[in-house]
Design a protein around this ligand. Structure first.
Ligand SMILES: *Cc1c(COP(=O)(O)O)cnc(C)c1O
Length: 411
């Protein structure tokens, strides 16, 4: 069947359900995020899920379930379907029979952030925005700068002064104005808000506009389709601002409501953080609905360095509704697990995912995850974006010196 138009019914406050018109540019309501809602009954009766399989394998194949519908042309760099890789070597090491990694490092600008920012910039352009600004822990800034360049928008990126160098460089390369701030992402956010009246830019902060999470939602839609509409038992995901986890959970709920899942049992969602910055894990432990700001946040997993998240309650709700959990792993273990996973599988594992592998090891130890369960870990970005630490275990040759074959050939 042919469709026209779009399937968004309205926008809705995530905290109190207040509704807003579908075709308006929105930021937040009562200081909390706004979500996009769809006419799911109509989609269910008029769309066949098999249509997605027949289309070009990129995130816009799901357009009936996205704010663009069939009408709004996307700002795209080719957000290709990412592979789901079976990892039996790493699984054996951890004591898990069915380990999968969905490798998002293949996406434009090397992280899953491209899904969200392709969508957010697409919608901003649709609403006539020509200048955008973002506070970022790293990868979101790079992605926004790229999509802004792609459609000729002016972009400003505010990032902590110790953000990974590659993130700083990519933003400059994509023509954004970069401001380095001696502080954290929330300090950067304050600057963006302060500058808004003067600069007239649109504030692209995490969850301050409703469309970025719709882009992230495509991770969930894609993994469902790749698994022939069956979901894994457990999903392990690194949580910073939370858009990835919230978006994926939203995708699963919509798919279930559409009746498109073969089995309505939902995966248990595991939100992973570093002990160096774990407001969500602390709130989960405490049984709280909202997280407290985390003091002295520090972690090499820069995507997790988010001391305050606007969508904290949405992350926690998803974790609890799914009977999942939120865990923090020691900062010093992140590099070890990152190296272990990359070395066993050849996948370019980012530190955020290193933390996830550490969490997986713990949850297997404690019996929370069973050996036979099907577990999907997300590799959210490429290791190449983090070049601050010199690699260990290099052999150096000095000209004229003896060649240290024993050292070279050591296991
Ligand atoms: C941003 C980021 C995260 C955290 O994602 P959220 O959606 O902010 O929770 C994890 N990993 C990488 C590589 C990131 O860039």
């Amino acid at each position: 069947m042919k469709f026209r138009g779009r399937w968004v019914s309205h926008l809705e406050s995530a905290i109190d359900g207040t509704t807003f018109e579908a075709d308006s540019i929105q930021t937040i309501h009562n200081g909390r995020p706004i979500l996009v809602r769809y006419r799911l009954d109509e989609i269910a009766s008029r769309v066949d899920r098999d249509i997605f399989t027949s289309r070009a394998p990129d995130m816009y194949r799901f357009r009936e379930l996205l704010p663009v519908g069939v009408e709004i042309p996307p700002v795209t760099l080719g957000e290709h379907e990412t592979p789901v890789l079976r990892c039996s070597r790493l699984g054996d090491q951890l004591g898990l029979n069915h380990l999968l990694i969905k490798d998002e490092s293949h996406l434009p600008t090397g992280s899953f952030k491209s899904r969200g920012l392709s969508m957010a910039i697409t919608m901003a352009r649709h609403f006539g925005v020509s200048r955008v600004a973002i506070p970022t822990a790293g990868n979101a800034g790079g992605a926004m700068a790229a999509y802004a360049a792609r459609c000729g928008m002016q972009a400003w990126v505010f990032m902590p002064s110790d953000t990974p160098l590659v993130n700083q460089a990519e933003c400059v390369m994509f023509g954004a104005r970069v401001v380095l701030v001696d502080g954290l992402i929330n300090d950067c956010g304050k600057l963006v808000r302060e500058g808004t009246p003067r600069a007239g830019w649109f504030d692209m902060s995490t969850l301050r506009e409703p469309y970025r999470i719709e882009g992230k939602k495509t991770m969930g839609l894609e993994l469902a389709m790749q698994g022939e509409w069956r979901l894994p038992d457990v999903i392990v995901y690194p949580a910073g601002g939370g858009t990835g986890l919230i978006g994926m959970w939203k995708a699963f709920l919509e798919l279930r409501q559409l009746g498109w899942l073969e089995d309505a049992t939902m995966p248990r969602m595991v939100a992973v953080q570093s002990e160096g910055c774990c407001p969500i894990a602390k709130a989960f432990e405490a049984g709280a609905r909202f997280a407290e700001p985390f003091a002295n946040a520090h972690t090499i997993a820069s995507g997790l360095r988010v001391p305050v998240a606007l969508g904290d309650f949405l992350i926690l709700d998803a974790v609890r509704e799914s009977e999942g959990c939120a865990v923090a792993i020691p900062e010093i273990e992140i590099g070890k697990f990152q190296q272990m996973a990359a070395g066993l599988e050849g996948i370019s594992i980012c530190p955020e995912t290193g933390a996830c592998i550490g969490a997986l090891a713990r949850l297997l130890d404690s019996g929370w995850i069973k050996r036979d369960e099907k577990v999907m870990v997300f590799n959210t970005g490429a290791a190449q974006k983090y070049i601050e630490r010199a690699p260990e275990g290099l052999v150096r040759l000095t000209p004229g010196g003896e060649i240290p074959w024993d050292e070279i050939l050591k296991d």
